[in-house]
Ligand binder design. Structure first.
Ligand SMILES: Cc1cc2nc3c(=O)[nH]c(=O)nc-3n(C[C@H](O)[C@H](O)[C@H](O)COP(=O)(O)O)c2cc1C
Length: 387
């Protein structure tokens, strides 16, 4: 089987024909190119975060405090990066984290479909946000054979929540990811400065405007008055009173694997397990919600408390080496957020595929050159703390 690292050979050989890569290779390069292209308020919405943004910066530097111990002559010329997740064999250990404004980040304003097409082509699963520009059914249809997961922002209307989950089931999603850290909006000075928020202006509300329960609450159909639908959405979006007591209800909505996103404390992991969830998603939302500790520092304790339950991780992953480190700290699969978002800005599906290819090539080479051939080889003791 080919190694993901062969992607770099393709770039070098294309260079012999005078071609240079179509997109930047580094996160810094992607970020700069995306900033140059994006409308400035959308740029601030995507790149910015909570408070003084130290949490999102710390997410990134947390990875720098770990090194990978190299082992020589270990026969790692051929690698296998595949993983098993909820009964699916996936070719690689990464997935597309939900980005609830992705829909308007591509030139054609169908960014969720672009991501689904990239998922279909790469085998990298997509976690599709509640906040999409195209309805979840259309996005699911574009995923091909690659599993997709539906991310639920639990609305304060139970009937609507039930409708969204049942639609996701019917559309063929492989699991439901309930995001817990966004029952209300984080304090984001950049967005506040612009006094703007994409969804409040009607962007990425397709899962609501296509929903019979949501539509029934509107005086006028959203096709005639999107502004009114957006206001209705704002009053429905979050559920501040959601507690552990509501988990039995959420669990009872579906037989699909149920994951909780935003869990970073071992006690919360235990409560989630007790409530019968199938997976934990350790994340601090990329530093966009609460100002908090870097998610990576909390991952080992989460993994320990999960006692074998799959643990998905995101927040601050910027390189293939970061992917390897998160796996070695116990993640079952690693979520890519802003990097693929910038790929979407720069080139839609092709841009996302390029970013994923770069990350996987680097992860693969990081494993190979350090002497690790399989994901199972990436145990905690392959890491060394770097001062
Ligand atoms: C612009 C933007 C929108 C996001 N929207 C959602 C969302 O709709 N649902 C969700 O659970 N997480 C959302 N997230 C959080 C991501 O799923 C992920 O946790 C985060 O991007 C990880 O941080 P990183 O991108 O800095 O690596 C969003 C993140 C960004 C940057």
């Amino acid at each position: 089987m080919a190694n993901y690292s062969d992607f770099q050979l393709g770039l070098y050989f294309a260079g012999l024909a005078g071609e240079t890569p179509p997109y930047p290779l580094t996160f810094a390069g992607l970020e700069a190119a995306a900033e140059a292209k994006m409308e400035h308020r959308l740029w601030d919405y995507v790149s910015g975060g909570a408070g003084d943004e130290h949490t999102q910066r710390a997410n990134v530097t947390a990875f720098e405090r770990w090194g990978i111990l190299p082992r020589m002559l270990s026969g790692a010329a051929d690698r296998d990066l595949s993983i098993e997740l909820f009964g699916h064999t996936l070719p690689s250990p990464i997935f597309l984290a939900p980005i609830g404004v992705l829909g308007v980040m591509t030139d054609d304003e169908h960014g969720d479909l672009a991501a689904a097409a990239a998922a279909a082509a790469s085998g990298v699963p997509m976690v599709a946000s509640t906040l999409m520009q195209d309805p979840m059914e259309d996005v699911a249809a574009a995923l091909g054979d690659t599993p997709g997961f539906f991310q639920l922002y639990t609305p304060n209307d139970r009937e609507l929540a039930e409708s969204l989950v049942h639609r996701a089931e019917a559309a063929g999603y492989a699991g439901i990811v309930v995001t817990l850290d966004t029952w209300t909006l984080g304090y984001r000075p950049r967005d506040l400065q612009h006094a703007t928020f994409p969804q409040l202006r009607g962007s990425c509300l397709a899962n609501y405007t296509s929903d019979p329960v949501f539509r029934a609450k509107l005086a006028v159909p959203p096709e005639e008055d999107l502004a009114a639908a957006a206001v209705q959405w704002a009053f429905t979006f979050g559920n501040p009173s959601l507690t552990w007591d509501d988990l039995a209800w959420l669990r009872g909505l579906t037989d699909l694997p149920l994951l909780l996103k935003g869990i970073c404390h071992p006690d919360d992991v235990r409560r989630a397990k007790d409530a019968g969830v199938d997976g934990i998603y350790c994340s601090n939302h990329g530093g966009r919600q609460a100002a908090s500790a870097p998610a990576l520092d909390l991952l080992p304790a989460v993994v320990e408390a999960a006692e074998g339950l799959p643990v998905l991780f995101d927040s601050g992953v910027r390189s293939g080496a970061d992917v390897v480190k998160a796996l070695a700290l116990g993640a079952t699969a690693v979520g890519i957020g802003r990097p693929y978002g910038y790929g979407a800005v720069l080139g839609g599906t092709a841009g996302i595929e390029f970013v994923l290819s770069c990350l996987l090539a680097e992860a693969d080479l990081t494993m190979g050159l350090n002497g690790y051939a399989r994901i199972a080889d990436l145990t905690r003791d392959v890491l060394v703390a770097v001062r």
